[in-house]
Design a protein around this ligand. Structure first.
Ligand code: BDR
Ligand code: CA
Length: 313
């Protein structure tokens, strides 16, 4: 099988960093065309830098990294330093990157890549707020038909919200962008909090990263050690949830995940429930299904895959 051509759009973030490293460790399945960065967990100047730090940590400094949008489509930026720390990658001490940031805007890279490749041969992996992709669709509506699939981390149904009582962070930061994506007709696979809150870095799983005995293994253990404190305090959970790596794991071993093809709509008007992903899980409306919304994960299989792949870097 040929590897899938993939663009990762991201706001690193420790869990984004691990998702990127999983992709970089898996060239048989993932042909990473480039990484576009967006403002989210921390401002754009940090997310683009963090993406480069992670590529260098993984020993892949030739990876193309682009800066995209520095704020949501029509709202002020909300960030998540309370989860990810001041740099977004708090935990390990990692050197500043030497590899260059590409001069092309991330949105233009996405548009150009989709227009020059054969139609439906590029998958977009979305790990942050959806601003870059929505901007691309606004600027170049023709790209919608050229995207093979969107696989994204965002939203929640049974788990409801992590940034507000009813919304997940990536959707809440730019609900108008999410609304555009879910109405686009592009095939969408969603990794919501319903599964990422089951992908927890327990102590033995953290030790397995550390036991790799490599810079990547040590940094992964230190990153997850740092950002587990937030979820432990808030939910009493057993460790850090690996939200974004579910996206890249899905591209490698889709059978680790199960879900339903349902209608998903985004709340963009009510302040109370802004950014809610209203999934018609029980099929109580006539709204057409537009997304495969996951609700279960083989967590042991996921961590076995992740640890084995990180060990390759
Ligand atoms: C999402 O928000 C960010 O904090 C994480 O990187 C993940 O993409 C989880 O709600
Ligand atoms: Ca993220």
């Amino acid at each position: 099988m040929q590897p899938r051509k993939v663009i990762i759009d991201t706001d690193p973030g420790q869990d984004d960093a691990i998702a990127i490293m999983l992709a970089l460790a898996s060239p048989e399945e993932i042909d990473l065309l480039g990484i576009t960065t967006v403002a989210g967990n921390v401002p754009l100047s940090l997310t683009e830098k963090n993406a480069r730090i992670v590529c260098e940590l993984a020993g892949k400094p030739q990876t193309l990294v682009f800066a995209g949008c520095d704020r949501p489509l029509s709202r002020p930026l909300i960030t998540a330093e309370h989860v990810h720390g001041k740099t977004g990658l708090d935990g390990p001490v990692l050197p500043d990157p030497e590899m260059p940031l590409q001069s092309q805007h991330g949105v233009d890279f996405i548009i150009e890549s989709l227009r020059t490749a054969p139609a439906k041969t590029i998958t977009l992996c979305l790990l942050g707020p959806l601003t870059n992709i929505a901007s691309g669709l606004l600027k170049a509506p023709d790209i919608a038909d050229r995207i093979e699939e969107i696989v994204m981390m965002g939203g929640a149904y049974f788990e409801v919200g992590n940034i507000t009582p009813s919304a997940e962070f990536n959707i809440y930061v730019d609900p108008e962008a999410a609304d555009i994506i879910f109405k686009s007709g592009i095939p969408i696979t969603v990794m919501p909090l319903d599964i990422t809150h089951k992908a927890l870095v327990t102590k033995p799983r953290n030790e397995a990263f550390r036991d790799l005995g490599t810079p990547v293994g040590t940094a992964t253990a230190e990153m997850t050690n740092f950002f587990e404190r937030f979820d432990k305090e808030k939910y009493g959970s057993a460790g850090a949830p690996l939200h974004d790596p579910c996206v890249t794991a899905y591209l490698i071993e889709p059978e680790l995940f199960t879900g339903r093809f349902v209608n998903v709509m985004i709340e963009t008007t009510s302040e109370l429930t802004m950014g809610m992903t209203v999934a018609d899980w029980w099929n109580v409306t006539n709204r057409p299904a537009n997304a495969t919304f996951m609700n279960d994960i083989d967590a042991d299989g996921f961590f076995a895959l992740l640890t084995e792949r990180l060990g390759r870097l």
